[in-house]
Write a protein that binds this ligand. Sequence first.
Ligand code: ADP
Length: 191
Amino acid sequence: MLNLILFGPPGSGKGTQAEKLQAKYNLLHLSTGEVMRAEIKSGSALGQAAAKQMEGGALVSDELVCGIIGNYIKQNTDARGVIYDGFPRTIPQACEFDKMLQANNQSVTLMIALDVPDAEVIQRIITRGKISGRADDQSEEIIQNRINVYKSQTAVVADHYALQGKFYSLNGTGTIEQTFELICQTIDAHT
Ligand code: ADP
C-alpha cells in the first residue's frame, strides 16, 4: 500500500496536487484540515475543540489529530494507497503515525515536499482567501502565524523522514502541471 505524505508550507499547493494524484494513481486523499473544517461546520464536539486554534492559525492537539488518523488507517486497509495532506505536522504526530501504520503492517512510502518561498505562499493564500472564505486565509497576520508555526513545529518533520531515506523536496513554484509532473516522476521512480 502506498502511503504518501505531501508536505510543505501552507499555500504550497498540497491540496491541489493531492486531488490530481488521487485521480491518476487511484488513491484516497486525507486532508486533516478538510476533516477539521467539516467537523467545525457540523458543530461536533471535536469541531468545537479545534475551532479556536484553527482560526488563529495554531495547530490543534496531537491527540485529536492522531485519533482521526488512527481511525482512518483502520477503516481503509484495503485501499491502493493514501495521500496524507497536512499530516504529520509535528514530531510527536510523525512518531505516532509510524507506530499506527506499523500496527497495521504498513509504513510511510514517501514524503514529497513542495518548496515555495514565503512571499509566494502569502500571495497565494491571500488570493485563495477571496474565494475559499476560510477564516484562516483572511488576514495577513494569521497567514504569517501559520508560516511561523510551520517553521517552528512542522519543518523538522522533514528530518524525521529524511533519516528514514524517504524524503524528497521538489520545486513548487512552477505551474500546477509542471509541479504535478515533478511529483509523478518522483513517485514513479520510487515505487
Ligand atoms: P494549510 O496547509 O493551508 O495551513 P490545512 O487545511 O492543511 O491548510 O490546515 C488548516 C489548519 O488546520 C491548520 O492551521 C491547523 O490549525 C489545522 N490542522 C490541520 N492539520 C493539522 C495537524 N496535522 N495537526 C494540527 N493541526 C492541524
